[in-house]
Design a protein around this ligand. Sequence first.
Ligand code: MN
Length: 231
Amino acid sequence: MPRIVIAPCRAMADYLEAVKRSGGEPFELDYHRDDPASVVESADGLLLTGGGDVNPELYGEAPHPTFHASEEGRDEYEIALIRAAADRPLPIFAICRGMQVLNVALGGTLIQDIPSMVNGAAHHSVPEPRYHIAHEVWVSKGSLLATLMAEKIDGDTCQVNSRHHQAVKDVAPGWEITGTAPDGVIEAIEQSGKPFRIAVQWHPENFWRTGEFRPLFEAFVEAARHRKAVR
Ligand code: MN
């Protein structure tokens, strides 16, 4: 089975379940133990998970009053991991904070607080139940996201959950926007030219029981299987 390495996270259960059900072998990273360079050598796929805010000093801004730091050392660890993985043919699936830290690691910036910085913002913080539909995402035609979700979405509209107060602002070079909420908040980005590079702002892992986003996990694990075969 392809080895899916998963960034440290406080709510790991649904990520593990989603990966296992798609045929991947999950491996939880420990940033005190697993050196980023060695991790990307032995991994078949990298899954970046949810969590607190990325330190805005890492993209040249002072923290907004709502700043809620992640675990000590997590920003630096994940950024090292992402930069080590970026130029390799390693599939990357980034979720929520994972999308934000990926964007920062590769040169992008973030909106630090959606409620106070986005006019007419939708409710992006709907904590419970975790699979509650919070808003729509408009998916870009021709994107990998649209292709994979074709059977599951209605036209170009996807229904998602939402538990974030930050979002991508300036997109990292080489990545493009493939999903947007009706209020303009960026909800998905992807990179072409590498096997499976998708980042989403919602939490597809919370739907493992009902399968709304199973095509994303299955395509990610399939890309990892191919990586394992050629490695
Ligand atoms: Mn949202």
